[in-house]
Design a protein around this ligand. Structure first.
Ligand code: 0X9
Ligand code: ZN
Length: 301
């Protein structure tokens, strides 16, 4: 289906429900966790492990994609992960998997219809021509540091923490399952980096940093083994840039999830956001292998 349709916006904005209904096992677990600013559903898929008897022990992984509109490879990879989970009966160990394949459907749609490089959501702000909030600056953990209060900025943080319906919905859905969550993975592009917290400061080391790095390298090694793509495991604020209000920091700092990452997918910058669709399948394959290896490693803890 992915190969047929590529990153077609129809899959995500209009037909995701239909796609999932085709898959008995998933359709029962498809829920809308809320509505976007423009009233589109925010879909979440819950995939149960094959052998649910042990599921409580294994815990759960949360995968969020598409929070930044123009990063089209992100929802595509999330859908591929869902496809693997459905078609291969492929539970990942005994993990419950929660996937939000499209966290910013309004922005995503806009990046098809009007502005290919749109990043934020589609909130109407007080300044005409300066709409949108950066949903990855709107979470309430050290809110404001390294994010803008200017509505016209690409990294506008919003009027207050969780001012946006999209981040509120994600927050509430994650909070409901927080005791189960072992891993939170936020899919972005580009750069081929697996970022670990903190993102809000370079002056503090996050708890469990050595485990975050060690397990991150398990991901990177497994991912590299598929198509020889290198993902660097690096600190968010120290090695990329300081930015607060993102999903990863909040999940770790507030929910207390041990392993939270932001994965910057292909490429390294040659095509950037305008990645050729031929990357969708190989990129998805390497991420899937990386994810399985990471979860296998964590399941042994
Ligand atoms: O700036 C971001 O939101 C992410 N990079 S992107 O190019 N996809 O926009 C990185 C977020 C890393 N995490 C934190 N800073 N907490
Ligand atoms: Zn992003």
């Amino acid at each position: 289906l992915l190969q047929e349709k590529g990153v077609s916006r129809e899959i995500l904005v209009e037909d995701l429900a239909t796609f999932l209904e085709d898959h008995e096992r998933l359709s029962k677990r498809l829920t809308s966790i809320g509505k976007s600013f423009e009233n589109r559903d925010l879909w979440m898929v819950h995939v149960r492990p094959n052998d649910p008897s042990d599921s409580e022990e294994a815990g759960a992984v949360w995968i969020e994609a598409g929070i930044h509109a123009r990063e089209w490879i992100s929802p595509a990879v999330a859908l591929h992960i869902l496809k693997e989970l459905v078609q291969d009966n492929g539970s990942i160990g005994n993990f419950d998997v929660y996937v939000v394949p499209m966290a910013n459907p309004d922005g995503y749609n806009y990046s098809f219809t009007s502005d290919r490089l749109w990043r934020k959501n589609r909130r109407i702000t007080s300044q005409p021509g300066c709409g949108g909030v950066d949903l990855n600056r709107n979470w309430d953990f050290h809110y404001g540091v390294g994010a803008s209060e200017n509505e016209c900025s690409e990294v506008y943080r919003g009027s207050e923490p969780f001012s946006e319906p999209e981040t509120k919905a994600l927050r509430d859905a994650m909070t409901k399952v927080k005791d189960q969550l072992k891993v939170v993975m936020s899919l972005h592009s580009y750069g081929q980096q697996l970022l670990y917290p903190w993102g809000y400061t370079k002056h503090k080391t996050a708890p469990d940093t050595s485990d975050l790095i060690a397990r991150g390298k398990v991901f990177a090694d497994a991912a590299k083994s598929v198509h020889n793509t290198v993902y660097k495991v690096v600190n968010s604020a120290g090695d990329l840039y300081k930015a607060s209000g993102a999903t990863d920091d909040w999940a770790k700092g507030v929910l207390g999830v041990k392993y939270t990452y932001t994965l910057e997918l292909r490429d390294e910058g040659m095509s950037g956001f305008n990645l050729d669709p031929s990357h969708i399948v190989p990129c998805s394959e390497e991420v899937w292998e990386g994810l399985k290896a990471l979860l296998y490693e964590i399941s042994k803890e």
